[in-house]
Design a protein around this ligand. Structure first.
Ligand code: GTP
Ligand code: MG
Length: 254
């Protein structure tokens, strides 16, 4: 049986995280063993501790402390880091800790619906060496609740990625909701400071087949947005870094 690791970075998501975990459990794909890895940056609102006590009380977990991937269909872990130290490093720490054949990354704020995870998993199981992206911008995908300003920032960031970084074959390169094979991440050096790990993966793996699954993004109802000027500056910095990476590769090929 294949195994899937769902990596969920959290910072002050105490109102959302348990609801999300419960929803993921309702939507487990029977064809794959699922492990959830929550990576919390010692949130002042106690998100990490809430997950710790959830794990203690979670019958599925305590009942079946069986070696990973054997008879259980689900498992959950929480890593509590010392302090807030960035989204991409948190995701990478979760990846290093996890054991799944496939890595799914999603936000904790209920913007990403777990209902489509089985669909994403089916796609990657049928094309195991590909990238599956949940997209707001294809077919029936949509965004609900974002003010005009957020839509414009998101669209501009996507256009910069498409034109500047030549990520043309994807409608939603800024998605934070995607699945990749573990081997892909093991062979990549992720080194931008930015917020969007998928963009870096796409720039550095131009030849991978990509599948997109539509979804409706709903703006967070609880907790505070981390989107601010520093996120925008970090984005610009990482685009510049990735642009130079692309140029360096081109010159090497000449
Ligand atoms: N561990 C960790 N998680 C983070 C950090 N920054 C953000 N997150 C989490 O990463 C996910 C995405 O962050 P969001 O704040 O939702 O970012 P966003 O979706 O661009 O913006 P909003 O939905 O408007 O808040 C959420 O689950 C956050 O809790 C961080 O520095 N460390
Ligand atoms: Mg969010």
């Amino acid at each position: 049986m294949y195994t899937l690791s769902i990596i969920i970075p959290t910072y002050n998501e105490s109102d959302n995280i348990i609801k999300l975990i419960e929803k993921i459990k309702e939507n487990l794909n029977p064809n794959i063993f699922t492990e959830i890895v929550v990576v919390d940056d010692n949130s002042p609102d106690g998100t990490g501790k809430i997950v710790q006590s959830h794990i203690k009380n979670d019958a599925i977990y305590t009942e079946k402390e069986i070696p990973f991937g054997k008879k259980n269909v689900y498992n959950i872990h929480v890593l509590i880091r010392k302090e807030k130290n960035g989204l991409i490093p948190a995701i990478l720490e979760g990846v290093r800790f996890s054991q799944g054949d496939y890595i799914l990354v999603m936000d904790a704020d209920l913007s990403h619906p777990p209902e489509i995870i089985p669909n994403m998993v089916e796609k990657i199981l049928t094309d195991s060496n590909s990238i599956v992206i949940a997209s707001r911008y294809i077919e029936t995908g949509a965004i609900v609740g974002w003010p005009f300003r957020r839509r414009i920032i998101s669209k501009c960031a996507a256009i910069i990625a498409k034109i500047g970084l030549r990520v043309n074959n994807v409608t939603d390169p800024m998605s934070g909701f995607f699945v990749v094979p573990r081997s892909l991440l093991e062979h990549l050096k992720i080194d931008t400071k930015g917020y969007k790990i998928l963009l870096e993966i796409l720039v550095k793996t131009k030849d991978m087949p990509i599948h997109e699954v539509p979804y409706t993004f709903t703006d967070r109802k609880s907790g505070k947005s981390k989107m601010g000027f520093n996120v925008i500056f970090d984005y610009i910095g990482s685009v510049w870094q990735l642009y130079n990476y692309g140029r360096g590769n081109k010159q090497q090929k000449k």
